[in-house]
Design a protein around this ligand. Sequence first.
Ligand code: UT7
Length: 329
Amino acid sequence: MKAAITTTAKYLPEEVLSNADFERMLDTNDEWIRTRTGIRERRILKDPEKATSYMCTEVARQLLDKRGITAEEIDLIIVATMTPDMSFPATACLVQGNIGANRAWGFDLSAACSGFVYGLYTGAQFIESGNCRKVMVIGADKMSSIIDFTDRATAILFGDGAAGVILEPASEEGYGVLDARLYSDGKNGREHLLMPAGGSLHPSSHETIDKRMHYIRQDGKQVFKAAVTSMADVAEEIMQRNGLTGDSIDWLVPHQANQRIIQATADRMGIGMEKVMMNIEYYGNTTAATVPICLAELDEQKKLQKGTNLVLASFGAGYTWGAIYVRWQ
Ligand code: UT7
């Protein structure tokens, strides 16, 4: 049996950082940010005592509440993030401990903006194999912890947030996570979008701090070009493999990095923007959280009914990218 998404939930911090706030901090302006990216504001988890596991735990508790199950029923917790609380232990273990999921194992998955898409497909394998009955997949990033707030080219793009789903065996054939195409390209991706220090290559030192190597570095133009091509290619591929057309797809749920990348993907798929889930305006790029936040909002708005055809698509650091076809049960 395929894996179906049975529950969704999201957590966004309350603190809003608007384009006007950035105008006061950097040489930028609301018009540039809106027209180049589609972003008006983003959320920031201000409390220095709270990190990614806090947001994940909020999501996990909501998921349990909504599904009406106890934490002991969860078999596996996958947290997709590139801003874990610490290198180790895994954020998934912190969440497991916080909610008391005493039977669950778990791990963090590092695939940047494609983290949730990678995680959803990974989690689905454990359901399909019969090894697990209930898997939590959460995408979360506290991007404000790695943003260089003096770099106008990257600072305005990102926000903090978390969201997730519970995967369970689909109750009928033909529903659930039906197909996926996932890719990576470390040859071309490694130099254009990265955080250079803090790992085993450049452990933290006075020098790495002086050189501002603990922040995101992005060559926006290069990443933009790769994202436009790859996200559209993989979305088209998943359509062809599954006999989908622009008409038969109900929602494109794309990673929210830039509204122009999303538009290009929708155009290639032959989908009107009215069938594209977009909330980049309010949250910016929350990295691993964008796709599940979109799913949670569609669900809140009762737009996910039995038989709704969804294509999820992402592109991010690595490079990593992919698309998943989900038929809602
Ligand atoms: O989620 C992970 C994947 N990441 C992405 O998908 C991001 C992909 N890249 C992008 O979305 C876009 O490349 C950006 C939004 C980051 C940048 O947009 P762009 O249209 O590629 O702009 P650019 O980098 O070519 O910069 C154009 C101009 C430059 O000035 P000059 O050289 O033309 O004088 C920049 O210095 O805009 C300037 N600029 C800004 N101006 C005002 C760059 N950042 C800003 C800013 N405010 N915040």
